[in-house]
Write a protein of this length. Structure first.
Lengths: 266, 130, 419
């Protein structure tokens, strides 16, 4: 199976424009970018994809061992870049994908023009002298939450009509594609996401970096944003007046503006 | 891995004491026991001959062979006979390598097996001993 | 509760007039939408788009032990969740709600004022303005204590089943290993290699092989396949393996060895539950620059000889019967010389019966194996086993049965350069 179908790669936007690669985080898929991608597509060539285990990626590509570290995911990002011959990539990683981008940019710095880390965190679990916001027990609780919602999964995925009341089949189709994850793979991804520690990697980033945080985000609190900003030399920090962990949904215009102005800046 | 085998009966009015079964599909360890039970169920007390038409049987593993031998034991124990018909090249090969050809009357087709029984009525229509 | 009044059956019979009257009467009792909201049998919560609580009903306040002032304008919906629930809310619930406009039946845990946890099922919808702009989020919350207890049971049962399966698989793997020699012994002047492919990790297969010394520099070798699968077949495999070794020590002649095995299988298993196996047994005698192998087969696929000159042939032993089928079964033997560069390959029919095209039901077959062997020759024992291993790997799911392969090769005395 080729790279495009394995990762459900979608390329849109301005042909020949600077490449902006949008990487979704844990819990969803490339649909998370739907309020941001169209605006970015006016000036950039936008590359969307689903991590293996999420969305419409190829489930047969799943290897528990490979995806038990963020390196496996970073490897995938580099593979997509190579296969599509993407150069001077502006990589936008949301949540855990921010660290996936950090790892990829350390391995192949020449491939990337810029990094945009959207609500990132290098470590979610508290540590001596570091507050990530969570304890190990909290993470176990999340895994339990995943398990119990796996049982109620079909109900959570109830068909809705996406503003197309005259085309219910479209609504159904879209619903089923939203954030579709295999529960077992989601468990592994959750562990990988929330138990990784990439604090030491931040200093190795040589690519110009923008950190975007939200004014209030339980998953990536402000002190974590400040930590990353301090560790990555020359990085910029933007704080959006938004609540929650997904500003690309709750504040799409501001998010788009922040990404676009940094990406276009030379 | 989900092999399927189906069983059909072809009653012949001229041979009331003969059970004629046609096996179709793939006979292996996943379905052999089920097939045996169904065949045993179809075998009536007064049946004295068993014809197995294997022309549509595309595969038979070692468990399948155990079942064929078990059916043979069952019919020969009551003094009856068993014949197999329509062996394809692959099945014939298995029968040859394992020496099973010595234990079954092998006929080219089901019609041949039936004709042979009709020609030797004693094998079918002999009144049961008791 | 209204059901006490609304559902009293009418003693005059089910006439429409009565039913309508009762319905109207009940509707009169339920005259306050406000009361219905406040004391509904579920929790109601309305929040701003950022989750800020704007309105909450009495039922939910009672469940959680909060006053209205504790929550309205002060807390967000996510603040009411356990930490794990918050993570789930931020990564799944909120994004899906944003994208879909609604989300239903999500299991979450609320934390009450006293710290206790309340398992709930949450459904949220986004209320839009006339021009389609999202305004606020409406949430209904159902007490799910019973349901969650049940689900926990289900989960526990699933986890236990997973564990059981793992235990079974490890048991099967251990048992399977006891049916095979841990490593093949070194035979002077002979290179040996073997491979066992397990088709199912939770089902014992019936294939077996062994190689052992008989004294005077002679060696016994066998490879076979017991009909059937599972523990019963494994017991036969074990019996067969020990019988073959014991019989060989008593009389190493291959025909006699198979005759002994046949007698033991007939003795051990009644005619109600007969057990069979196919086996190829060989006596290896060193003879200067190689070995003479005397092979007897009991219903087993013929061994392959891959010669130094690049040809390959089956070594047939005609007339060999399935072992265990007849009281006085006869077996016949054939003699093969293997010298420098020759390799003898024994295998079970899992290899030739492997599906090459699952959809079409096409299987590998003897001809294909012969062609494969001819391509391979000349080779070495390890080369042949490596090639068979790769072939089985290429078949993937197509290999339905366990497969054993054993190769014996006399190393080429001179390395022959291809011209």
């Amino acid at each position: 199976m080729d790279v495009r179908s394995r990762y459900n790669v979608v390329v849109t936007g301005k042909n020949g424009g600077p490449v902006v690669m949008l990487a979704h985080g844990f819990g969803c898929d490339q649909n998370l970018w739907r309020l941001v991608a169209p605006a970015l597509a006016e000036d950039f060539q936008v590359v969307l994809f689903d991590h293996v285990g999420s969305g419409r990626s190829d489930p047969s590509a799943w290897r528990t061992e490979r995806y038990s570290t963020l390196d496996g995911y970073a490897d995938d990002v580099l593979q997509i870049c190579r296969e599509l011959d993407l150069q001077q990539v502006v990589f936008v990683g949301h949540s855990v994908s921010a660290m996936i981008g950090v790892l990829a940019a350390i391995r192949e710095p020449d491939r990337f023009a810029k990094l945009v880390l959207l609500t990132p965190s290098p470590r979610y679990v508290d540590d001596a002298g570091y507050r990530g916001g969570f304890t190990q027990a909290d993470i176990e609780e999340l895994l339990e939450s995943l398990d119990s919602n796996y049982l109620g999964w079909s109900a959570a995925m109830a068909p809705v009509i996406m503003g197309n009341p005259d085309r219910p089949e479209l609504g159904e189709e879209l619903t089923n594609s939203f954030c579709r994850t295999d529960p077992r793979m989601a468990r592994v991804f959750a562990r990988t996401t929330f138990l990784s520690d990439n604090r030491a990697d931040l200093e190795k980033v040589t690519v110009p970096t923008l950190v975007i945080e939200c004014a209030s985000d339980v998953i990536a609190p402000r002190e974590v944003g400040a930590f990353i900003h301090a560790k990555i030399a020359g990085s910029r920090l933007v704080t959006l007046d938004a609540v929650g962990h997904c500003p690309q949904l709750s504040a799409p215009e501001a998010t788009t503006r922040a990404i676009a102005s940094f990406a276009a800046d030379s | 891995m989900t092999a399927a085998v189906s069983l059909a009966t072809y009653p012949d009015d001229t041979l009331p004491q003969t059970l004629i079964l046609a096996l179709e599909g793939q006979l292996d360890y996943t379905n052999a026991e089920q097939l045996r039970e169904r065949a045993v169920h179809l075998l009536a007390d007064d049946h004295r001959s068993l014809i197995l038409d294997l022309s549509e049987l595309t595969f038979c593993d070692s468990t399948g062979i155990r079942i064929l031998l078990a059916l043979r034991t069952l019919i020969t124990a009551r003094g009856g006979s068993i014949s197999v018909a329509g062996l394809g090249p692959r099945l014939l090969k298995i029968f040859q390598v394992t020496g099973l050809v010595q234990f079954f009357a092998v006929q080219p087709t089901r019609a041949d097996a039936v004709a042979l029984l009709r020609a030797a009525p004693s094998a079918d229509q002999s009144p049961s001993a008791g | 509760m209204m059901s006490g009044i609304g559902h009293v059956p009418s003693s005059t019979g089910p006439e429409n007039g009565d039913v309508t009257e009762e319905t109207i009467f009940t509707a009169l009792l339920e005259d306050s939408a406000e009361d219905l909201y406040e004391n509904a049998p579920c929790g109601y919560l309305s929040t701003l788009l950022d989750g800020q609580i704007a309105k909450v009903n009495t039922t939910l306040l009672r469940w959680l032990g909060y006053t209205r002032d504790d929550l309205v304008g002060r807390r967000r919906f996510a603040d009411l969740l356990t930490v794990g629930g918050k993570l789930y809310h931020e990564t799944h619930f909120a994004p899906l709600l944003r994208m879909q406009g609604e989300i239903g039946g999500v299991a979450l845990e609320l934390r009450a004022a006293d710290g206790s946890q309340l398992p709930v099922l949450v459904t949220s919808t986004v209320k839009n303005s006339a021009d389609g702009r999202p305004l606020l989020i409406r949430t209904t919350i159902f007490d799910a204590r019973d349901r969650r207890t049940y689900e926990r049971e289900l989960l526990r049962a699933r986890q236990e089943a997973d564990l059981e399966r793992e235990r079974l698989q490890s048991l099967v793997a251990t048992l399977q290993r006891t049916l095979l020699p841990p490593t093949l012994l070194t035979v002077p002047g002979l290179e040996t290699a073997a491979y066992y492919h397990t088709a199912s990790s939770d089902q014992l297969g019936g294939d077996f092989y062994d190689l052992f010394p008989l004294g005077d520099g002679r060696w016994g070798v066998f490879l076979g396949d017991v009909a059937g699968k599972g523990p019963d077949a494994a017991a036969v495999t074990s019996l067969t393996r020990y019988t073959l070794r014991a019989a060989a020590a008593y009389d190493p002649d291959p025909v006699a060895v198979l005759g002994n095995l046949n007698a033991v299988l007939r003795q051990e298993y009644s005619s109600d539950d007969p057990r069979y196996c196919t086996v190829i047994y060989g006596l290896l005698v060193p003879d200067g620059d190689g070995f003479t192998a005397t092979l007897a087969s009991g219903g087993h696929p013929a061994a392959l000889l891959l010669r130094a000159d690049g040809t390959a042939d089956y070594q047939f032993t005609p007339g060999g019967l399935l072992v265990g089928i007849l009281p006085d079964a006869r077996f016949t033997a054939t003699t093969v010389r293997i010298t420098g560069g020759d390799t003898l390959l024994l295998y079970t029919d899992g290899l030739t019966e492997a599906l090459t095209d699952v959809a079409a039901g096409a299987r590998y077959g003897d001809e294909a194996l012969l062609a494969f062997a001819a391509d391979l020759a000349p080779t070495t024992a390890s080369g042949a086993i490596r090639a068979v291993t790769d072939l089985l790997a290429a078949f993937g799911e197509g290999v339905e049965d366990d497969t054993a392969a054993l190769a014996l090769g006399v190393p080429a005395s001179l390395i022959q350069e291809p011209t």
